[in-house]
Design a protein around this ligand. Sequence first.
Ligand code: HEM
Ligand SMILES: *[C@@H]1O[C@H](CO)[C@@H](O)[C@H](O)[C@H]1NC(C)=O
Ligand SMILES: *[C@@H]1O[C@H](CO)[C@@H](O)[C@H](O)[C@H]1NC(C)=O
Ligand SMILES: *[C@@H]1O[C@H](CO)[C@@H](O)[C@H](O)[C@H]1NC(C)=O
Length: 322
Amino acid sequence: MASKCSSPFDKFKVLLGLFLLLINVASAQLSSNVYATTCPRALATIKSAVGSAVSNEARMGASLLRLHFHDCFVNGCDASILLDDTANFTGEKTAGPNNNSVRGFDVIDTIKSQLESLCPGVVSCADIVAVAARDSVVALGGPSWTVLLGRRDSTTASLSAANSNLPSPALNLSGLISAFSNKGFTANEMVALSGSHTIGQARCTSFRARIYNENTIDSSFATSLRANCPSTGGDNNLAPLDTTSPTSFDNAYFKNLQGQKGLLHSDQQLFSGGSTDSQVNTYSSNSATFSTDFANAMVKMGNLSPLTGTNGQIRKNCRKVN
Ligand code: HEM
Ligand SMILES: *[C@@H]1O[C@H](CO)[C@@H](O)[C@H](O)[C@H]1NC(C)=O
Ligand SMILES: *[C@@H]1O[C@H](CO)[C@@H](O)[C@H](O)[C@H]1NC(C)=O
Ligand SMILES: *[C@@H]1O[C@H](CO)[C@@H](O)[C@H](O)[C@H]1NC(C)=O
């Protein structure tokens, strides 16, 4: 060969290579109307099922929102959290942050079976979880956003990644900032996403150390919580993360933090004399700003490392690899 890339065929190969690269880049993106022709009733089906589940039990909206978070922060939004243990891997359900805590699997199963009847093999479990999270927030009075679609489902799950990537309520502010920074989020986005704790419940085991040992908590708030969260026992007894309006997606969470009434140690860290206090003040006085920032951060969270193109699969049963 006298020179590289001289023949017309070599030039063709270069162009073909560029073209394939473009396709590959394009396929790594999600888009908004993926199911418009392949399953036109998909989004309405999910919305209706989430609406029934939330009207049956308001907390389910919180549980479905958290399911999406715990999916996305562990090797991307790939429905790995839904997989049951197999001979080949131990799934994520028994990871510390998930065991006896994460909920909503039955609702996702119901939606999946409805969608498999409507359009078999089309709508991924990961997309169902992403849309259900949005519909849950809307059902509880929060902001809406356009969920980008086209995620495919993983064929494996990682217990160790679930244990190391999901933030602990014992973290201090710098620990929270770095846990989110590891996933590409700013401290501002971390604070906005933490506003999710305006809905839902936590177990005594998640806040016991705070209500018995900390002095950054309103004392009558701590006293009232101790009644149902003894210093030993009662690990699974629940308390609302937002003591004011636990089933409304509003900005009360941030007002609680200003009054030293964050339930989790990690919640109160966002308003503890550090760099995020001013943002808590902003969200507390301006719920529209919180809503906009929250919606934008949710879209970003939903874009974490999706499987696209020929990667992964569309599971028939969200709990099992096909
Ligand atoms: C900032 C770091 C975060 C920490 C340390 C944290 C930790 C926790 C803990 C310990 C609980 C209670 C679990 C239990 O006791 O069973 C909880 C509940 C919850 N978390 Fe977070 N979380 C964080 C961020 C987020 C984010 C980013 C979201 C959503 C985007 C979220 C959504 C929720 C919801 C909705 C609940 C209530 C779930 C239910 O009632 O079923 N959290 N979180
Ligand atoms: C385990 O992995 C092997 C090889 O990939 C596969 O053939 C088998 O079906 C898997 N078993 C389960 C229970 O998923
Ligand atoms: C998960 O919770 C169950 C029920 O409390 C318990 O028996 C099991 O040991 C826990 N698993 C892990 C890995 O902590
Ligand atoms: C936050 O926690 C980490 C790890 O536990 C610790 O090394 C660090 O000193 C703490 N930072 C502050 C400001 O307390």
